[in-house]
Design a protein around this ligand. Structure first.
Ligand code: B1M
Length: 636
């Protein structure tokens, strides 16, 4: 086999995600005397670039990227120890990578790591939920060339700025490149916090960093005491000019303002219908005074009860109090009982981290699919506590406010990924599908029990299930059906039929598999996100969705939840403008399609639970202000 052919086969093994073959071919390449560096760069890494490119084009999905990366690492383990140190050649640049404190999303960060490794960089992976000081300490310890930080939530992106400030304080900012990224990170944000660059995806991140490190001055120079002392002086000024950021709890602060206003003026508008009448009528496309409104404010409402997130998620009385006070002071048309997404997985025995005032998350994942034991929903399980909490909330909301309560719990595949680790399960779908199917079956058995107890205990007016992984970018429709949809269709939906309940889905994502999840399931309500920038990857808005699915399903979206973190007058104005546009657009589309009310004004996903409440109030008030007038003008 010629060298070119060998390199191509190495690349193909990575594209196929075949780790054994990549290892075998890497050994053969060594035997044939092919330079290991060339085998990595022009063989393994080339394959990774091809898969990554297919992902960007929408023809490959996350599980495929993960098995390709596994194959690449397998080959690299064989080849790397044989790379000769060329006299005088520079060491590979060192990148300290991680997802910032408070943020457990790590799939994108892992892909960035893979592509940077494929680009020949030396990666030190700190993992997810990384304490901010750890980035600085590790960079110092290794005289790093780059810090690469990811954040997937608006509430955690502020951590990136803090890391940069720490580097400035210690005079280290100019010693390395700082790159930031993740879905909410824009060019403007990166510039504003003093980062060097962001990139939209892993491939661009790796390409940019590779070029940028080649421009850096020698490490000894950048890390010299003289340079550090100079930088300390330079940034002292900049830091002292920065406003001293107040440590006020913005959620609590805004909750207090809303309570004060409520207590002085009460509910501003007297409306024709009760919350329940309006919501139930809209779901059935009957006449309403205005469309119902419920920005998905869940954990953030705990501020009205002055509860920590831990209390909101684990103490039924605090949960019910948060839901009740939030629905009362904001005058919501419904409340959805979404807590952290680890309640059902916790009951299988994985370890959950419960920070006092941040969303709990699953850690300490379990190892073996065949050893999973289906728990029983009973006193003391997290699922049962959630049902108890929901029952308390439902009774209070119904009785005192006439507001419907929608129960919420995780679907089968979400439970399994929380239990075993997302990357692991997504990869095993390709390499060990039978084991994953066994795991999904056990999770289905559990979540079916949980839904039954919700209905038996009369703990909700309706029940919404998180179908997290149903995203065009993450998983193909075929895989979604195989590893989640089919289980829901065959086993979970019949429970809803038995109790004569509509199936409700929350997806946490845009670009989902609507044909399966709405048409095939016959879903009654679907909470979806829409992002203009993902339109070419399948994100759809009300104008696409109402004509296609309006006959079956009441859609619920699509003001961007990320906007709710901005408490400035401009930020609030922007939420009001989006609400106004959405309200008008939805009503016009309903009218064109012979409908009148089948839509809930909402946000694509949960309002960040660490943010302010003013945006939530602004959105609700706008719908109350304009809704009745538009309803008359447009629907008649
Ligand atoms: Co969560 N989640 N989640 N979630 N989740 C999001 C991020 C959210 C946007 C959903 C939504 O609103 N539509 C939302 C945040 C909203 C906001 O910020 N305002 C959200 C929320 C609210 C939450 C919880 C709070 C929900 C709850 O518990 N109540 C909770 C937070 C827990 C915590 O972090 N403390 C939570 C939990 C989870 C799971 C654990 C269940 C799971 C993560 C599993 C895991 O990662 N191990 C999860 C998931 C999967 C998502 C969505 C659906 C998908 C994220 C993902 O993996 N995308 C997400 C919705 C969405 O983004 N559509 C959502 C695929 C991945 C390949 O893309 O990570 O963007 P991404 O990486 C890309 C680029 O961004 C870029 O390259 C990557 C690949 O090319 N990139 C960089 C990434 N890092 C980069 C660095 C760079 C450059 C480019 O330079 C350094």
């Amino acid at each position: 086999m010629s060298k070119e052919q060998m390199l191509k086969e190495l690349a193909d093994a990575v594209v196929a995600g075949n780790k054994d073959l990549a290892v075998e071919l890497s050994n053969k390449a060594l035997e044939k005397g092919i330079d290991p560096y060339e085998a990595i760069v022009n063989g393994l890494a080339k394959g990774m670039e091809i898969v990554s490119d297919n992902y960007e084009k929408g023809t490959a999905f996350v599980p495929h990227l993960l098995i390709a990366s596994n194959a690449m690492y397998g080959g690299m383990d064989v080849l790397s120890p044989h790379m000769k140190k060329v006299e005088g050649a520079a060491e590979p640049s060192t990148v300290v990578i991680g997802t910032v404190q408070g943020d457990v999303h790590d799939i994108g960060k892992n892909l960035v790591k893979t592509m940077m490794t494929a680009g020949g960089l030396n990666l030190i992976d700190l993992g997810h939920d990384v304490p901010l000081e750890k980035f600085v300490e590790t960079a110092k310890e290794h005289h790093a060339d780059v810090i690469s930080m990811s954040a997937l939530m608006t509430t955690t992106m502020v951590g990136m700025e803090k890391v940069i400030e720490m580097l400035q304080e210690e005079g280290l900012r100019d010693s390395m490149i700082v790159m930031v990224g993740g879905a909410p990170i824009s060019e403007e944000f990166a510039e504003q916090i003093g980062a060097d660059k962001t990139a939209p995806d892993a491939m661009h991140a790796s390409h940019w960093v590779k070029d940028a490190v080649s421009e850096l001055s020698p490490s000894e120079d950048r890390w010299s005491a003289a340079k550090i002392n100079l930088a300390k002086v330079k940034y002292r000024d900049i830091l002292s000019k920065k406003k001293v950021k107040s440590k006020t709890d913005i959620g609590l602060e805004t909750a207090k303002q809303i309570i004060e206003e409520f207590e002085s003026v009460g509910v501003k508008t007297k409306e024709e219908m009760s919350h329940a009448e309006r919501t139930v009528s809209a779901m059935a496309d009957k006449k309403v005074d205005r469309l119902p409104v419920y920005p998905l404010a869940c954990g953030v409402l705990r501020k009205f009860a002055n509860a920590s997130y831990k209390e909101y998620a684990t103490d039924p009385a605090k949960f019910a109090e948060s839901a009740f006070l939030g629905a009362k002071y904001l005058d919501l048309d419904m409340f959805v009982g979404l807590i952290d997404l680890s309640a059902t997985s916790a009951d299988f025995g994985c370890t959950i981290k419960y920070p006092e005032d941040d969303t709990p998350s699953s850690e300490g994942h379990l190892e073996d699919y065949d050893k999973l034991e289906v728990p029983e929903v009973k006193e003391g399980t997290r699922a049962y506590e959630l049902i108890k909490a929901s029952k308390l909330a439902k009774d209070k909301l119904n009785k005192e406010l006439g507001t419907p309560f929608v129960g919420f719990h995780e679907g089968p595949l979400l439970t399994l990924t929380q239990l075993m680790g997302a990357d692991r399960v997504l990869m095993d779908m390709k390499t060990n599908p039978d084991a994953v199917l066994e795991g999904v079956q056990k999770c289905t058995d559990y979540i079916c029990q949980v839904s039954e107890v919700f209905f038996e205990e009369d703990a909700c007016d309706a029940l919404c299930i998180d179908n997290l992984w149903s995203n065009n970018v993450i998983m193909s429709e075929e895989d979604y059906w195989k590893f989640d949809g089919k289980f829901i269709f065959d086993q979970h939906l019949p429970i809803f039929k038995k109790y004569d309940q509509p199936y409700m889905i929350h997806s946490c994502a845009d670009a989902v598999h609507y044909d399966t999840q709405i048409k095939k399931f016959g879903t009654g309500l679907f909470s979806y996100a829409y992002y203009e920038k993902s339109k070419d990857k399948g994100s759809q808005n009300y104008a696409d969705l109402i004509p296609k699915y309006g006959d079956t399903c009441c859609m619920m979206g699509e003001v961007d939840p990320i906007k709710f973190i901005d408490n400035s007058p401009e930020g609030i104005q922007s939420i009001e403008n989006d609400t106004d546009d959405l309200l008008k657009g939805v009503l016009e589309t309903l009218k064109e399609n012979g409908m009148q009310s089948k839509y809930v004004m909402s946000t694509g996903c949960e309002i960040p639970p660490g943010g302010p409440l003013s945006g939530v109030k602004a959105m609700v008030d706008k719908v109350k202000e304009l809704g009745p007038q538009y309803q008359k003008e447009i629907i008649g």
